[in-house]
Design a binder for this molecule. Sequence first.
Ligand SMILES: Nc1ncnc2c1ncn2[C@@H]1O[C@H](COP(=O)(O)OP(=O)(O)O)[C@@H](O)[C@H]1O
Ligand SMILES: [Mg+2]
Length: 327
Amino acid sequence: MISFENVTKTYPGEVDAVIDLTLEVAEGETISLLGTSGSGKTTTMKMVNRLVDPTCGRILVAGVDIMEQDPTVLRRSMGYAIQHIGLFPHMSVAENIGVVPNLLGWDRKRVDERVDTLLSMVGLEPGEFRDRMPSQLSGGQRQRIGVARALGADPPIILMDEPFGALDPITREELQNEFLELETEIRKTILFVTHDVFEAVKMGDRIALMDEGRLQQFATPRELVENPANEFVDQFLGQHRFQLSLLTRTVRTIVDEVADTDGQGPSQRPEVFIPGHSSLVAALDLFKTTGRETIPVYLRDKYRGTLSKSDLIKVISQILGDTGGGQ
Ligand SMILES: Nc1ncnc2c1ncn2[C@@H]1O[C@H](COP(=O)(O)OP(=O)(O)O)[C@@H](O)[C@H]1O
Ligand SMILES: [Mg+2]
């Protein structure tokens, strides 16, 4: 869907912001672009919608070189959400969300319907929020509007540059979780910039870790954590190795090994169950909040065995041993 082919960006003054980047983002995939400040993430993202043009190399979107496309048309085909979301202050919520649909010439009724759909999608009651001004919103609500605006004309590609970066940790986590839910419904190709390794692991199907303009590793969160490609990646993960390996290891990957798979399990999926895609941390949390000693594991609707709290803790201690105890 998006291909970077040996892309380099040198800003005036010989600043090499991105160096020889080759990266392929598949359709429907979410890529976390991860790195410390100044590593070239924003530049990489801005080259996709031509807010910045590469110095050399090519970027293809759906097989077409973006330099052969009109930048304005190109931009309208991609959603863009950024940290200080830049809602237009003199426009209502509805006008902000409707910006791109209006530019594309949608009729009034279709825009209004789209605005209401998007408000509901990001968890805001349309009747209450449609006519508010940005100054009448909390930080979290503003970011939600920012996400809704990025989805405005239902573009296949969404670019997000630290979209939740300015929020307090609780609101931030809330928005991450909501966005993950939303994403499973909308199936977009998403480039998600973050400097936070936990956010990168949570949001990305794959992570592109950059340093000083160079791609250091491009891998699934689990590969990144378990097989760092070089010294830099290893250092970058550093003291978070233990916690990260619990986040990237899902229940599905341990269930055959440690769960009790005798018997059929309940004939219907019970109220309390562990979804196979849960991380080990989330599974442990569920034991804590429910106070149970055993919980059945389900992959979608299929019973896969019953996990006990003590076996889960054993696996976790084993990982703790493997990763040096997270000191
Ligand atoms: N418009 C610009 N002109 C000159 N240098 C820039 C410009 N934008 C970014 N840079 C430089 O390019 C490098 C990468 O910046 P950026 O892509 O914003 O990194 P990140 O988003 O990872 O923090 C930095 O050294 C930054 O100072
Ligand atoms: Mg940036």
